[in-house]
Design a protein around this ligand. Sequence first.
Ligand SMILES: C[S@@+](CC[C@H](N)C(=O)[O-])C[C@H]1O[C@@H](n2cnc3c(N)ncnc32)[C@H](O)[C@@H]1O
Length: 326
Amino acid sequence: MVGIGRLADFLLRSLGQCAKLAGMLKPNSIVAGDCIKLMEAGDVPQVDLIFADPPFNIGYKYDVYEDRKAYDDYYAWTERWMAACLQCLKPDGTFWIAIGDEYAAEVKTIGDRLGLHLRNWVIWHYTFGQSTKSKFARSHAHLFYWTHDAKNFTFNDMAVRIPSARQTTYADKRANPKGKLPDDVWSFSRVCGTFHERVKWHPCQMPERLLERIVKVSSDPGDLVFDPFSGSGTTVVVAAQLGRKYLGTDLSAAYVCHSKKRLADTLAGKRKRTEISEDPAAKRAARAVKKSAKKSAKKAVKKAAKKAAKKADEKAGRLSGIGSLD
Ligand SMILES: C[S@@+](CC[C@H](N)C(=O)[O-])C[C@H]1O[C@@H](n2cnc3c(N)ncnc32)[C@H](O)[C@@H]1O
């Protein structure tokens, strides 16, 4: 009897799991809906990496979402979606959040309370800020980099290395030829209106280069990357290009529709990459490395030519010496 009871229990649980899987959002999709409801209903599978760029509560004009909530409402909403994200994150998963000055302290406190492990508080310094007359122009946003577990997580350092100052500035022979890891202040231009990358149908857009660094360092090919506030689809576009599985959700059906097209066009090679949006420091550094390599190569050629000439002279000398013996 006990055996039959156990079997029935197992079958019922398996059936329940199948039903849940059937209702689950499929990897490699962008879905219209409220991410909180979807996550709380258990419709989002377990993911390896979450990148969340929520509305900053600063009055941006989105087509559905109202970006001007009372402080307490926004705080409670933030607490809710962050907790829901954590439920979908694998035990060895990574959670990145972008946020403005207004709520950075709150997001940090909520993350701490949820038991996340802060690995870096990265400052994204952007080079296309709005100019001001009576105070310093804001030219940064915050990127919180958390992991679910303190020790067990993906960190692909070799995938995101950049040339070091030893290589670019000091021509130091001790420099690691593989470069160095970027520090915690990242310079990427905002996606301005003249960039190929800029879509016209969404009010704000993360640079693909910035997402590229995050996806490369915090996930492996084949991993599932989730963006609950998918917007123009930057995260899914980058994840798909890098061979990761992706899942995006957005409240706006229109944004979802447009971002599906953006993704399809990207994968079909119809969209150009905006080279100007590359990290300017990395670009400068790469140029310097190239220049220094060219200089070293020139030097090496000169040295080899000198050596060859010397050898030829010596040989000639030896020959004339032989001649004098005659
Ligand atoms: C800052 S934008 C994200 C931009 C995105 N990172 C990009 O690069 O395009 C925030 C997005 O969150 C969406 N949003 C707001 N509330 C949401 C919710 N409850 N569930 C899903 N999406 C939501 C908005 O429609 C908006 O597109």
